[in-house]
Design a protein around this ligand. Sequence first.
Ligand code: NIG
Length: 396
Amino acid sequence: MTSTLFTGISEARTVSEAGTIRDAAIVVEDGVVQWVGPRTHAPAADNAVDLQDKAVLPGWVDSHTHMVFAGSRAAEFESRMAGEDYQAGGIAVTMEATRAAGLGQLEKLLRDRIRGAHAGGTTSLETKTGYGLDVPSEQMAAKLAAEYVGDVTFLGAHLVPPGANAEEYVDLVVGDMLNAVVDYVDWIDVFCERGAFDEEQSRRVLKAGQERGLGLRVHGNQLGEGPGVQLAVELGAASVDHVNYVTDADVEALASSDTVATLLPACDLSTRQPLAPARRLIDAGAHIAIASNLNPGTSNTSSMNFCVGTAVLQQYLSLDEAIHAATSGGARALLRHDVGGGRDPRGRPAKGTIVPGAAADFHVLTTPQAIDLAFRPGMPMTWRAYVAGELVHENG
Ligand code: NIG
């Protein structure tokens, strides 16, 4: 086993009790952080990497994406910018294109999307099925995603396919479809929203997944107030995502639970929904995460840099709060956060923090100060991404 000493770190945002360390160094061995602290105190290592006076953060943990899809909905987006409302029914357009694409095309698209995420400093990804909506297509998506992505979510309950009966479709989701995907997925999710699945249908889907050992996630309170948040908290979901329209009772329920409220600012902008109330949630004591929600309908970007900048500029988070939400917050939403000694709840190297024992997943910026994520919006901010200490992307 060889160790590597990283220096030339103007600031290391550790997202831990150590806070921000100026003129820092990090030692990595066997894919995990061995040591982090001021460069002048760094222990010797076998190899050395000079990061040339750049800021280093944990890699982004993007805990909500929909990466397995084909086709474009640019025309739908253009109509929305001209005044149309977002409607869940657009999912059916992507369903057609995804079913028509073969495995080879979907695999190429997925690989390109993962490369794009790395190019923006993302080092951990969750992704969902949900554009197949029949048994073979959902199984293909789940199997493909499991080959490339650490956390895979079954979202057969994304939309009732056109022409199907809603109750019969839920029967299929909790029956044959769940059976077909359960070996490939870690999580089950449901779009609990007007135009998609109601509270009882959502409860059925989530409980069926829970009985098969899957963790729970919920799409909720995106297009209006609704039961999503309360249902997620009641069933102990790891995360409820979107949360644009929340009542005081929803905020209280989140604040007194372990369920993470996952904010999706790029989606909010692209659907012209009010930005989720990040400040209100944090001030109440809720756990929050920030994710890209990469998908063809509501958020056609994997740029976590953009999401973090937006959270600072428009959702009134401090830079530290926004970075925390997009790293350790995302990790918590996937139960990959540090619960002590750099280990996650299952004893694996934790994600989203730079502490001894955690995964050596780093995001090296193009600049010496991380505040540029908000101060220089839209500028190229990612220089390098490392996963388990290995360079996975370098922008020229
Ligand atoms: O998270 N809200 C539901 N699902 C996706 C969008 C799906 C689509 O319109 O394709 C989301 O925003």
